[in-house]
Design a protein around this ligand. Structure first.
Ligand code: SAH
Length: 196
């Protein structure tokens, strides 16, 4: 396939914020993703009390699922509106804290569950701020990253991986000449070279 047509496309953070403001959030799945249910055992691998990371989390309901199972969930998202909608839609109380290491960033900390959501760009986060993770749920995340930033994004994810971590990644298959994205088309061959 010719994925060249998407390689130069850039969606700015401002454009993402506008999508949230205008309610153009067709990617949000109110019922959660069936593939997380299907591959939950692969993610958990019999372990309990994991630290699970949601890059580019939006208001993914799966964050509540996993927290309800006793795991500790960390997400990162540029849209504060998305994060506030997450807490409001699940009736979860939270408090706001600054993140001293990242100027302008906030951490929204749930006070009834183990859910910490950073409101900042993923590229501002590091393992010294957020720690390392046993599990990753990457849905609407790598495929939402601008194609020119994929390598940087994946390198960052690798630095957040604990030993023996599991990484669930959802991609979408379609003809990249017919849709400009996001979600972007990430061919399997590229996944292999990105994650090695
Ligand atoms: N993973 C979520 C959301 C997918 S849409 C889900 O499954 O529903 C991608 C999300 O990434 C959007 O909410 C957008 O606001 C956010 N986003 C885009 N660029 C980002 C960046 N650089 N850092 C953090 N979040 C970002």
């Amino acid at each position: 396939e010719d994925v060249g047509s998407q390689m130069d496309r850039v969606v700015t953070e401002e454009e993402w914020l506008q999508k949230w403001e205008k309610g153009n959030t067709g990617f949000h799945k109110e019922q959660g993703h069936p593939l997380l249910q299907k591959y939950l055992d692969v993610l958990l691998n019999g372990r309990s009390g994991l630290r699970i990371f949601f890059p580019l989390c939006g208001k993914a309901v799966e964050m509540k699922w996993l927290a309800d199972m006793g795991h500790s969930v960390v997400g990162v998202e540029v849209s504060e509106q998305a994060l506030k909608e997450f807490f409001a839609e699940h009736n979860l109380p939270y408090c706001e804290e600054p993140v001293p290491e990242i100027s302008g960033a906030k951490k929204l900390q749930c006070t009834s569950r183990n859910i910490s959501l950073y409101c900042c760009s993923i590229y501002d986060l590091s393992s010294s701020i957020a720690g390392k993770f046993d599990g990753f749920w990457d849905r609407g995340a790598l495929v939402a990253v601008n194609p020119c930033d994929r390598q940087r994004y994946v390198s960052l994810m690798v630095t957040l991986m604990e030993k023996n971590s599991s990484y669930l990644l959802v991609t979408v298959l379609y003809d990249p000449n017919k849709h400009k994205g996001p979600p972007f088309y990430v061919p399997e061959s590229e996944l292999k070279s990105l994650f090695g």
